[in-house]
Design a protein around this ligand. Structure first.
Ligand code: SF4
Length: 494
């Protein structure tokens, strides 16, 4: 049950708040950012007539905000707010008031904000920036950064065992009588050659049994059942290329360069030249940056801002992205990369990774070398040929239709057709392009800020949904800080 937003009533002890300096960051944020929008945003996630009175959404949202601003855990946030005058004042409490339990923060984040459109949180602060005249430019800069997963990678057998153990545990905890009805775990010999396949079958049987016994499953059982299904259906699991953790099945391996990899997530970000983040999209670490372009553009346009220019690296120069920009009358300031802009996929599932300069196949293997074929002078009939390791192809579970038995090589070619991009090639050689592309690195500073000061280096939680929440709330906190700075700059010097 949700009460309407209440007015803060100050107690006798509120005098203590006079000790908070006028220029304290939280005072400045309180003055420029309107947090009251949260009440309407989460209203539908509360029962209108029943249940205990809910803690004010604005109180919980302000606590969440400080959590991401100061990079604190749920418990630490509540502990700190109990003794820190500025935090308590910002939350709208009196010095003698008690704080909600830390579990309320995660409940609010996952069930209230999660149930509503969490994207609207970011959209709202961008709109506030537009209304206050903070955003003037019509440019968005796009880039991606990454966060390490909060769990370790596991081998396929460990993943299968772990997922089965977790599913059995939640089912038996809730329904102890079902323990005997579940299929029993197979006994495996040490170094059994088909151990993974045996466990894979067991996990599939276990999932089916749980669905049959508990057709109306919910909560933790549904969550673990969903993970078990994801694992069973992942064709790349046994090749150790798909799901790599039963605890965090959404995290994926990604590449920072052709020698450096990471396990976790990617945050795809768009921001204005004033350094206000307008869109955030989160994917597993292996995702192609260029394929997030349309989502980032639409999210940014949804805030009401006008966009006439997009600045980004070569990842965004695909044929499809350039076509979208042309249709929207947006100038692409993105350097062309022959592999990316000609890279309409010949075969489904092959992705070019521009950071590592290799192609990743549907089985998750990456090409081991690249060769250029054709005339180097004209560039008109050239092809880039990526070679895969045939020893891996010979035993690949996805080789049918991809690798001919007995073939000496497996290649993936991309033809370079420069003449299709003449207009963009000419623009790339202009002074305007040279000047405008210099603005691109400012987004790298923003990425560094998100990671260094606000905890985006590592996922605080597990799963794509929670990672997305972390990334959006972090972007909101960083935008609020930036908004204060820009509004201060706009004030006439007295
Ligand atoms: S056959 Fe080779 S190239 Fe094709 S999916 Fe398998 S490993 Fe990748």
């Amino acid at each position: 049950m949700l009460h309407s937003a209440k007015q803060q009533s100050f107690s006798f002890h509120s005098e203590l708040y006079n000790l908070i300096p006028e220029n304290h960051l939280l005072r400045q944020i309180h003055d420029v950012v309107d947090f009251s929008f949260i009440h309407d945003l989460v209203r539908t996630s509360y029962c209108e007539y029943y249940g205990r009175p809910a803690n004010e959404p604005e109180l919980l949202f302000r606590l969440l905000f400080m959590q991401y601003l100061y990079n604190l855990s749920d418990e630490r946030m509540i502990q700190e707010a109990q003794v820190n005058l500025a935090y308590k004042w910002f939350a709208g409490l009196n010095p003698e008031d008690t704080l909600p339990d830390p579990s309320q923060l995660s409940r609010f984040r996952n069930h209230r904000l999660g149930a509503s459109q969490v994207d609207d949180v970011l959209k709202n602060i961008v709109k506030q920036c537009i209304d206050k005249g903070v955003i003037k430019s019509k440019t968005v800069i796009m880039d991606a950064t990454h966060s390490l997963a909060s769990s370790q990678t596991q081998r396929p057998l460990e993943i299968l065992r772990d997922a089965a153990k977790r599913l059995v545990r939640v089912v038996v905890k809730k329904h102890p009588k079902l323990e005997k009805k579940l299929p029993s775990q197979p006994k495996l010999e040490k170094d059994q050659a088909d151990a993974e396949k045996v466990m894979l079958h067991y996990l599939a049987d276990l999932g089916e049994a749980v669905e049959h016994l508990l057709p109306d499953h919910e909560g933790a059982v549904s969550e673990k059942l969903h993970i078990a299904k994801q694992i069973v259906e992942d064709e790349r699991l046994l090749a150790n290329k798909g799901i790599m953790s039963a605890i965090d099945p959404d995290a994926r391996f990604g590449w920072k360069s052709n020698t450096k990899s990471f396990f976790g997530y990617k945050e795809h970000i768009a921001m204005t030249e004033e350094e206000i983040i307008t869109a955030v999209e989160v994917t597993g670490g292996s995702a192609d940056d260029g394929k997030q372009f349309t989502k980032l553009l639409n999210q940014s346009l949804d805030t009401g801002m006008e966009i006439s220019e997009v600045i980004g690296d070569t990842a965004y120069s695909s044929k499809d992205n350039l076509a979208v920009m042309k249709k929207e009358e947006i100038q692409p300031v993105v350097p062309l990369n022959p592999v990316v802009h000609n890279g309409g996929q010949k075969q489904e599932g092959f992705d070019y990774n521009k950071d590592a300069d290799f192609v990743i196949c549907p089985a998750g293997e990456h090409s081991i070398r690249k060769a250029i074929q054709g005339s180097k002078q004209t560039g008109k009939s050239r092809s880039l040929v990526f070679y895969f390791d045939v020893e891996k192809c010979k035993v690949c579970p996805l080789r049918e239709g991809c690798f001919k038995p007995g073939a000496k090589s497996k290649t993936y070619s991309i033809r370079v057709v420069a003449e299709h991009y003449q207009e963009q090639i000419e623009f790339e050689m202009s002074e305007t392009f040279t000047e405008r592309i210099k603005r691109r690195p400012i987004i790298e500073h923003k990425n560094a800020e998100l990671k260094r000061f606000h905890g985006l280096t590592r996922a605080k939680y597990r799963g794509l949904f929670r990672m997305r929440m972390q990334a959006i709330l972090t972007a909101f906190a960083v935008n609020a800080k930036r908004m204060v700075k820009l509004i201060n700059k706009m004030q006439p010097v007295s």
